[in-house]
Structures are given as structure tokens and as C-alpha cells.
Design a protein around this ligand. Structure first.
Ligand SMILES: [Zn+2]
Length: 117
């Protein structure tokens, strides 16, 4: 896997592409590059969403803040696809009230498998 580092503009373009490809056009999604201090520790990307409004906000970690011990090479496009895929699971996630650990693990595994290029 080759490292993929995108700037803000490329990221917006990739968002448009993947939103269509993954059939998520009914969502309003924004994406931004975020510094480590604005994100949960040890995450390279995250998504927050409001299912009832189908609005989502994706944050991708600024490469400046990649930890030294990061496993493998980072791919910001893959991170974006990963977070977008979570939106397809949003209704199930909500059904489990967001705090079923077993469900969350399975969701994460499924997303990892599908997003893996
Ligand atoms: Zn995930």
C-alpha cells in the first residue's frame, strides 16, 4: 500500500467521488483535515453524524500529527472511505443505542474489510 496524502482540496474532490460511489448522496457530508489536539487520542480519522438529519462530519488527521509509531503507511483516501462506510451502519448503530461493544467491534471489522484496498 502506498502512502496517500491529500490536501484539503483533493480531499473534497475525493469526498464527492466516494459519496456517489458508495451511494451516500442523500447525506450532507463535510470533511476536514484536523490537528491531533482536536481529535480523540490515537485516531487517524473519525466521523460524527446525526442520523435523523443525515448530516455527517468527517475528520482526517493532519499528517503533521501522525504518531511516530504509526503502523504501515497512511492513506487519507482510505481513511475517508472507512469513515463514510460507517454511515451505512448508522441505523443499526442507533438501534443498539451506540454503546453495544460487541456490535461496535463487528461494525469496525466489517468496515475495515470493505474499505481495505
Ligand atoms: Zn471505524
Amino acid at each position: 500500500m502506498a502512502e496517500v496524502i491529500l490536501n484539503e482540496e483533493e480531499l473534497q474532490e475525493r469526498l464527492k467521488y466516494w459519496q456517489e460511489k458508495l451511494r451516500l448522496q442523500d447525506w450532507i457530508v463535510e470533511v476536514q483535515i484536523s490537528r491531533g489536539k482536536d481529535m480523540m487520542e490515537d485516531t487517524c480519522a473519525c466521523v460524527d453524524y446525526t442520523l435523523s438529519k443525515k448530516m455527517a462530519s468527517v475528520k482526517i488527521l493532519d499528517p503533521i500529527d501522525y504518531p511516530d509509531d504509526v503502523m504501515g503507511e497512511r492513506d487519507m483516501e482510505n481513511d475517508l472511505v472507512h469513515e463514510l462506510l460507517h454511515l451505512h451502519f448508522a441505523p443499526i448503530n442507533e438501534h443498539f443505542n451506540d454503546d453495544n461493544e460487541i456490535y461496535s467491534t463487528f461494525e469496525e471489522q466489517a468496515v475495515e474489510s470493505i474499505a481495505y484496498i
